[in-house]
Design a protein around this ligand. Sequence first.
Ligand SMILES: Nc1ncnc2c1ncn2[C@@H]1O[C@H](COP(=O)(O)OP(=O)(O)OP(=O)(O)O)[C@@H](O)[C@H]1O
Length: 359
Amino acid sequence: MANVLVAMSGGVDSSLAAALLLEAGHHVTGVTMHLWDDDDHGLRESLCCAAEAAASARRVCALLGIPFYVFNYQREFRRHVIDYFIRAYTHGLTPNPCVECNRMIKFRALLDRARALGFDAVATGHYARIVRGADGRYQLWRAVDEDKDQSYMLHMLGQADLARLLFPIGEYTKRDVRAMAAARGLPSADREESQDICFVPDGDYRNLLRIEAPESLTPGPIVDLEGREIGRHQGLPLYTVGQRRGLGLGGGEPRYVIAIDPARNALIVGPAEALNRERFTVTDVRWVDDQPPAEPLTCMVQVRAHAEPLPARVSAQPDGRWLVELERPQRAVSPGQAAVFYAGQRVLGGGWIARPEVR
Ligand SMILES: Nc1ncnc2c1ncn2[C@@H]1O[C@H](COP(=O)(O)OP(=O)(O)OP(=O)(O)O)[C@@H](O)[C@H]1O
């Protein structure tokens, strides 16, 4: 029996996680993290759900008869997630704020505070599995429900984190989770289709950039692979590698965003073939086992949240980065996104895709 703090966002997954832990005989306490305010970042008109999440989590805790707290992490979230998000865009990268939120807020700030408060473990409603190997080491595996799997977003977890984490939902399919929640009188529907970015609920981050980093929206040249200017862009953060629509280049051969060059404030476009990448480097790599696996490492590499993993050779570079050589070229590998290394269902580790040298 353990003293478990359950991170609750008011939805079906974390609500059921709390219920299952309670049924397993643990002492369970619910907590909602207050991450941002409805009147922050000039986003007032598009925000909805931060307060609603806490209210819903509070109701679930009352139903389960467990204590409920709200922890204020607005300052940390601003610094580590929103500022990172803005900074990445101003550096021509495509950020993944959920990975940073997991790394710095849920699995750093919350885990640390839980320990300081005397909790043995923190549980979340993430879809992933923690498995203890025969050697006693912790392993991170994909969820049973592959469609819902969130292991890509959790690749930064190391041994000390996994020793104090529980993902009770990872063993079930979303269907099971809904049915089990309904059977317990818990909310069983998702509030809304999960938004990609919680602090930009309508998916339009231009307002945020307009207020926080207006200079990032400076129009500039669209250049082809030969360096000829063939159009104008409206600000680099509005484009992603691989994008075709919205370039305003008129007819002719379809052209795609091949690279973003913040030094020249230029968008580099070219034909579809130019998007294919076989090699790229990954920075800030963290390994679930806390140490790199033996080389040569052949594994599967996933370069976006829902991308198909591809076979690759991964090798350490003298500068601390890791070089990924894919067996087959992959379209649109976006600098700033996470690259996560898998051995079958098991996460080995991962890091950030670095920007290649741009011409
Ligand atoms: N504001 C928050 N406060 C506390 N925990 C949170 C918060 N946001 C997310 N979490 C935790 O992280 C988990 C994964 O979050 P994610 O946003 O991927 O799913 P979700 O749709 O919020 O899940 P749920 O069905 O539990 O609402 C949640 O299940 C919950 O445990």
